[in-house]
Design a protein around this ligand. Structure first.
Ligand code: AMP
Ligand code: GLY
Length: 432
């Protein structure tokens, strides 16, 4: 099978890495890719938002599967264009991708499907905004209705800041979703679906805030780990039954079936599991850790989802170990990042830490001399596996320590608490 991946972040590097390890993949292409992906796939250039161009590229390459990584092409209808060419594509239609593209639409689907989520109001005027903020009180949760790369959400105790964000969202005819604050740890659970059968992957946890201790602004995600030793072993089955399957069934019932990757962002509250958001694609950086543990060949799984044959796929196989990824971001991310700085230490990681630790590239490019330069906000996703979270975490941070990028930032507490709690539980078990 020849496979074309659309996108150029660390998520796509993780996808390409796993696809390149699948013996059924005879050729792997990525557009536009990045400096790291170039090591495992042939890069092509394409306007990823132009469905006709992506479909033409896939046809030219003789691709038997197209995997669309980011949300923007999905919302723009790229999967529809590829599917119309008769080429299997992993990724939902534009209609189904509205689950991510419009938070108001997602709330409507959840209400119809009986899926537990935060109570919310969709507002378009200052009067509605004030009424909604008053109704819920602090902490305020204010969301831009449309796509905002994980940065359209403000959670704050400050009523004036909440109001200002809401007003900015509705300016020029937009909508804002104001909702009840959900407390409790967050879980990202992905499911592969063909529109009918739903196959959940293993859960992961993302670290959305920029700084240690969950301080600072929301980002696209600064690190992740999997598995979640603290989570209820029934969690995946429960979310499949109460969230994933009902949502997929509801979209099929509406005549807009969702095939591809359904990402449920969940809060485990004292009153039970609640959906914080849906995404219509693999999460970044959670994919880096989930795929590091998946033993089932990836291309076959995604192809089955793309061709409506998931029911025939045997149960997925997983490594018993753990995976941790730490994002290295540019100076000033998530604000306008500084780019063009040289990235050093990549060869040292490959030589001294591989294959249990490796660097997935996000915003990187190569200059004429072959030097790798930063080219975006999130630059690298340093990923490691190990027998448990402590081992994986130690390896990931050892590799992070070998990399230098002027002005860069990373969190030092990715998976720290989960690893310590798990180690304590293991010791207590050993002493009992
Ligand atoms: P979203 O883009 O909807 O995932 O929101 C980004 C982040 O904002 C989430 O990962 C949460 O950390 C936070 N957030 C979103 N909605 C809520 C909520 N209702 N209560 C508390 N935190 C939230
Ligand atoms: N890591 C969060 C996301 O992919 O939306």
């Amino acid at each position: 099978m020849k496979v074309l991946v659309i996108g150029g972040g660390a998520r796509e590097h993780a996808l390409c890495r796993s696809l390149s390890l699948d013996p059924d993949v005879t050729a792997l292409y990525c557009a536009p890719g990045n400096a790291g992906i170039a090591e495992v796939a042939e890069l092509r250039s394409v306007d990823a938002l132009d469905g006709a161009a992506v479909a033409a590229l896939a046809a030219d390459l003789g691709a038997g599967l197209v995997v669309v990584g980011p949300e923007a092409p999905l919302v723009a209808g790229v999967a529809d264009a590829v599917r119309a060419r008769g080429i299997p594509v992993f990724g939902p239609s534009a209609q189904a991708a509205r689950l991510e593209g419009s938070k108001a639409f997602a709330k409507d689907v959840m209400a119809a499907a009986g899926v537990p989520t935060a109570r919310s109001y969709v507002c378009t005027t200052a009067e509605e905004i004030d009424a909604a903020l008053d109704a819920f009180g602090a902490p305020y949760v204010v969301k831009d209705d449309g796509l905002a790369a994980g940065k359209g959400v403000v959670v704050t105790e400050d009523a004036a800041a909440a109001r200002a964000h809401a007003l900015a969202c509705v300016e020029g005819g937009g909508q804002t979703v104001i909702e009840e604050f959900l407390d409790g740890p967050e879980v990202s659970l992905f499911a592969v679906t063909d529109g009918e059968t739903v196959v959940p992957l293993q859960p992961a946890q993302d670290f959305k805030r920029a700084l240690d201790g969950d301080a600072g602004p929301n980002t696209g995600g600064m690190g992740a780990y999997s598995p979640l030793p603290w989570a209820d072993p029934q969690l995946v089955d429960e979310v499949l039954a109460t969230v994933l399957q009902p949502t997929v069934d509801e979209l099929r019932r509406r005549g807009t079936p969702f095939s591809g990757l359904l990402y449920a962002g969940l809060a485990i509250t004292s009153r039970g599991v609640r959906v914080i958001e849906f995404n219509a694609r693999f999460g970044d950086p959670e994919t880096q850790v989930v795929l590091a543990r998946l033993k089932t060949p990836l291309a076959g799984l995604l192809h089955a989802a793309a061709t409506g044959t998931l029911a025939a796929v045997p149960p997925l196989r997983w490594s018993d170990g753990a995976a941790v990824t730490v994002v290295i971001a540019s100076h000033n991310y998530p604000g306008t990042p500084r780019t063009g700085d040289p990235v050093e230490g990549l060869a040292a990681v490959a030589e001294q830490d591989g294959p249990t630790a490796y660097v997935l590239h996000a915003g990187t490019t190569q200059d004429a001399s072959g030097a790798v330069l930063s080219a975006g906000g999130r630059v690298l996703s340093v990923t490691a596996t190990g027998a448990d979270l402590t081992a994986a975490r130690d390896r990931a941070y050892r590799a992070v320590g070998r990399i230098s990028l002027d002005g860069s930032q990373h969190r030092t507490d990715i998976a720290r608490k989960a690893a310590a709690d798990a180690a304590r539980a293991t010791n207590a078990g050993a002493q009992a």
